[in-house]
Ligand binder design. Structure first.
Ligand SMILES: Cc1ncc(COP(=O)(O)O)c(C=O)c1O
Length: 408
């Protein structure tokens, strides 16, 4: 006889409905939940092949590319990093990775699992790497890839791609860009900016569930894949064979997460209904209001240069004497709002407030600022009454008078 557990004591699944103002995942639109609940079909079903076509059309729009090799990998964002480096790098190659936080560091770590030589060009957490340092590090060397994170989620830093493209051109290198925390929230034109490999995650500004990593590869990078001397060290992430399934032939490679693809398709339809420019502007305006509120409450930001602030993740310095976990727990218990703490060297030093995709909305910014005021006062900080919400309202009023077509 097998042992039987009492399912009554485990209970039906009933997760709390949180407001996720985290650096990912973000809350989802009800339409995306409905897509998740749609009937499952087989991954070789002719109907599903049409659904895959739609997914690729939408992905190309969001990446602003015509790249043939554009698909969602069956993996979280880290899988996108892995696929980018293992397909490009082999023995004898050299890579330069720009490191200014945990996730760009992860790209260097994963590249270090290949046989290539990896050089890190670093900036302190809270700042963007200087493209000039990359130029210096690569001088006189044959560099295969320059890698960077457009949005460094661990510190809330935005990196401008253009200067790095220029340096990568001088070095004859491919440019690999992590847009896990920035795609569909921050201006990006993969073709125009000539990004060779660009990957993202579904759970952030696209506001689909976690578990997929959209990736796009330029014809130039595809040529590099074709002329490799050695096999790609990972079977699963070998993009030339994975593309047999996402390419014209639709040959079986592995069983993809069909329901996640439904959800991604619907989430991207929502992105394109809004329009990329309007969405980028919405993220910018909401972060400006959040920052105005945070600063009016007397709090400081980690990223000092406004041009280096990532619109999806705002890193707030934790004031002396205030307990990181107590504040986050009270926000969760009393207001059902989740924010994140710092990672690695920034643990206990910053809070990370995410305004991504579905969560980048005016009502949520105002609710968060009001809730934060209450929590900080309860935790013993003197906060000017109503200052946060007041400053955010003023920021919205100013944005409206300047604005063109921000819908939320
Ligand atoms: C910029 C960046 N890159 C990569 C990752 C890794 O993604 P995942 O946790 O989905 O594997 C993250 C996750 O937060 C990220 O923010």
């Amino acid at each position: 006889m097998t042992q039987r557990i009492d399912t009554q004591s485990i209970g039906e699944l009933n997760p709390p409905n949180r407001l996720m103002l985290t650096p990912g995942p973000s809350s989802m639109d009800p339409r995306v939940y409905r897509a998740l609940a749609a009937p499952l079909v087989g991954h070789m079903d002719p109907w599903f092949k049409g659904c895959m076509d739609d997914t690729q059309v939408l992905l190309r729009q969001i990446f602003q590319t015509e790249n043939r090799l554009t698909m969602p990998l069956s993996a979280s964002g880290s899988g996108g990093i892995e696929a980018s480096v293992v397909n490009t790098l082999e023995e004898g190659d050299e890579a330069i990775i720009c490191v200014n936080g945990i996730f760009s560091e992860r790209m260097a770590v994963i590249a270090g699992h290949t046989a290539a030589k990896v050089t890190k060009v670093e900036a302190p957490y809270g700042k963007a790497v200087d493209a000039e340092d990359v130029r210096r590090a690569g001088k006189g060397k044959k560099i295969k890839i320059v890698g960077l994170a457009q949005g460094e989620t661990s510190s809330g830093v935005l990196t401008q791609i253009a200067d790095f493209r220029k340096v990568a051109d001088e070095l004859g290198a491919l440019l690999v860009v992590d847009t896990v925390a920035s795609l569909a929230a921050v201006p990006l034109h993969v073709d125009r900016e000539r990004v060779d490999i660009c990957f993202s995650g579904t759970q952030k500004a696209i506001s689909a569930p976690p578990g997929m990593s959209p990736i796009t590869v330029s014809p130039r990078a595809e040529e590099v894949f074709r002329t490799r001397k050695t096999k790609v060290q990972s079977w699963y992430f070998d993009l030339s064979t994975a593309m047999n399934y996402w390419g014209k032939e639709r040959l079986y490679h592995h069983t993809p997460p069909v329901s996640l693809i439904y959800a991604l398709r619907e989430a991207m339809r929502i992105v394109m209904e809004e329009g990329l420019e309007v969405r980028w502007e919405r993220h910018r305006v909401n972060q400006l209001a959040l920052i105005a509120g945070i600063e009016a409450m007397g709090l400081e930001l980690l990223v000092k240069k406004p041009a280096e602030r990532l619109p999806t993740v705002t890193a707030v310095m934790i004031p002396d004497g205030i307990d990181d976990a107590k504040v986050r727990n009270q926000l969760l218990d009393e207001f059902n709002i989740e924010i994140a703490g710092g990672l690695g060297p920034l643990k206990n030093k910053i809070w990370r407030v995410g305004l991504m995709g579905h969560c980048s909305q005016k009502p949520y910014v105002l609710l968060f600022l009001a809730a934060m005021e209450k929590v900080l006062i309860d935790q013993g900080l003197r906060v000017p009454s109503g200052a946060g919400v007041g400053a955010a309202v003023q920021s919205y009023t100013q944005a409206r008078s300047e604005a063109v077509g921000v819908s939320r």
